[in-house]
Design a protein around this ligand. Structure first.
Ligand code: NAP
Length: 485
């Protein structure tokens, strides 16, 4: 990897959940891999009062929390290297004094390193604070690119519907230009999702099959076998469709269905993703909402809550390539398995040899497994070795040879931080993309009523099964038989 520029990273919300479970561990991993530039400063901001020493103890504590993605040892020497870059500024995001302090602090650190004033503002805090943050940054000239570049990283949710997303996008564009805004959907930083582009467009043999002539239908599943835990306050306001459907799952579909970009650049890749999102047809009569039994007893959930912890929907992509190819998408909590995958289910040839024999009617399925057992696999039929001709389904597979202890597959947050430092927006969403996602989701949210209650440990309510069975198809049982570590 090329050497990366020195910079100041300013994280609003350093004491929050996102910082704890994602950002701080990612920064540690980057320090361990020596990816953080020598003259980099990392400044955390939150209201909590802490001295610099207490802040470093806090970071140490966070790195040893069991709930981060860290499954490997924290080395004290790496922690010390990271500590040298760390600073803390307590203050309220709405308070102008914080920005005077920040201005002084950044001038001091930039002067010390005698380097350009490159800056990333990472907003790991609530969208309601954005306006105050932007106004105050502007008042203090902290969003000006006089002495280096300035970039902004923001997280979902980008709005809660199309009008609010548009409003937020215009707010962002009042203070920053599009090439400064890094709207982060961490799924785009996943190695397994990025590899779909390589698999499809670096090889020539699969692409001719990815169309309506060969594909029967597409399924996308994002299921978790656990509930909402302590996130009731957030989740109850959002629900499954907005939490993962509006963003991660639509992006998964865009990667699996987009046409080849003219080149591997941000503009070309984003353009192709947007084309798919814009051609998606919302079918409000083809969505099922569910809620797991016991959800209303969860912490910080309203006792009469109708929030969806599950949804299943049918859609299609209204372009020539995928005309009339149904796409079924489902996601939910407290389901049978934790798995995220895209399955491209192929049509059976009318004259297929071995039709009707053993499993001879099973379709070929191309599976992009995002997690767990990450890989790209093709389900095929093979002969069971022996004297008779008996068929069995098997997997041709590309699996990640990764071991969580050596963590050589970069975490999405590492990858996306590095991309932001490099100024590469290929795996970030632009304003139009977010708006296209909401344009598809809004009509589906409009029909969200009383959810169907389902048993924890099931695949959701029976209505979800009926949705696909009406079309003579069934949900695939995600297999754990491939890419086992
Ligand atoms: N958690 C996730 O996994 C996740 C994933 C994707 C997106 N997001 C998004 O990321 C954002 C943060 O989520 P979170 O889960 O980290 O929330 P959180 O745990 O409630 O953390 C919020 C952070 O903001 C700080 N904060 C709150 N009010 C402030 C104020 N007035 N001035 C300065 N700092 C303030 C809090 O610190 P003090 O209270 O000490 O001030 C805390 O550090 C949300 O928009 C969320 O939707 C979160």
């Amino acid at each position: 990897m090329d050497k990366i520029d020195p910079l100041a990273l300013i994280i609003f919300g350093i004491t929050g959940n996102l910082a704890q479970i994602k950002l701080i561990p990612a920064l540690y991993d980057m320090a361990e891999k020596k990816l953080l530039p020598e003259n980099m400063s990392i400044t955390g901001i939150a209201r909590k009062k802490m001295t610099e020493a207490e802040f470093k103890n806090y970071i140490h504590y966070v790195l040893h929390l069991a709930n981060t993605h860290h499954q490997h040892e924290i080395k004290e020497d790496v922690f010390k290297t990271l500590c040298k870059k760390l600073h803390y500024l307590p203050g309220k995001a709405e308070d102008s004094k914080l920005y005077q302090d920040l201005n002084n602090h950044l001038s001091e650190t930039t002067q010390k390193s005698r380097k350009a004033g490159n800056r990333i503002y990472y907003l790991a805090t609530y969208p309601e604070l954005y306006r105050s943050i932007f106004e105050n940054l502007q008042k203090n000239n902290l969003n000006k690119q006089n002495n280096g570049w300035v970039r902004l990283m923001i997280e979902k949710p980008i709005g809660h519907d199309f009008p609010s997303a548009r409003k937020l996008n215009s707010l962002l564009l009042k203070y920053f230009t599009e090439d400064q805004i890094f709207r982060l959907d961490h799924y785009l930083g996943k190695e397994t999702l990025q590899n779909i582009l390589t698999f499809r467009f670096a090889n020539d043999i699969f692409e001719p099959l990815i169309n309506k002539d060969c594909i029967d239908h597409i399924q996308i599943t994002a299921s978790e076998d656990f509930g909402i835990g302590k996130r009731g306050g957030y989740y109850d306001k959002v629900g499954a469709l907005k939490d993962v459907g509006q963003n991660h799952q639509l992006q998964m579909l865009a990667f699996a269905a987009m046409n080849s970009p003219t080149k591997f650049s941000n503009e070309a890749v984003t353009e192709e993703r947007i084309k798919i999102l814009k051609k998606l047809v919302p079918l409000p009569e083809k969505i099922v909402y569910g809620q797991y039994k016991g959800y209303t007893k969860e912490e910080d959930v309203a006792s009469n809550s109708q929030t969806d912890t599950f949804y299943a929907l049918k859609t299609h992509i209204n372009n020539d390539r995928f005309k009339d190819v149904p796409v079924y998408i489902r996601a939910g909590k407290k389901l049978k398995k934790t798995v995220t995958e895209i399955s491209i289910v192929f049509k059976n040839h009318v004259n297929r040899l071995f039709k009707g024999k053993d499993c001879g009617d099973e379709p070929n399925v191309l599976i992009y497994r995002i997690q767990p057992n990450e890989g790209i696999v093709l389900k095929i039929l093979t002969k069971i070795p022996g004297y008779d001709t008996k068929l069995q389904p098997e997997y041709m597979q590309y699996c990640y040879r990764h071991n969580p202890h050596t963590h050589n597959v970069p975490d999405p947050y590492e990858r996306l931080l590095i991309d932001t430092i490099r100024g590469d927006q290929t795996f970030f969403n632009d304003a139009k993309e977010i708006e296209a996602q909401w344009a598809f989701i809004d009509p589906l949210i409009a029909v969200r009523g009383k959810p169907a209650i389902y048993e924890p440990g099931s695949w959701g309510p029976k209505e979800a099964r009926e949705l696909i069975e009406k079309d003579g198809r069934g949900w695939l049982e995600p297999s754990m038989a491939f890419c086992r570590i």
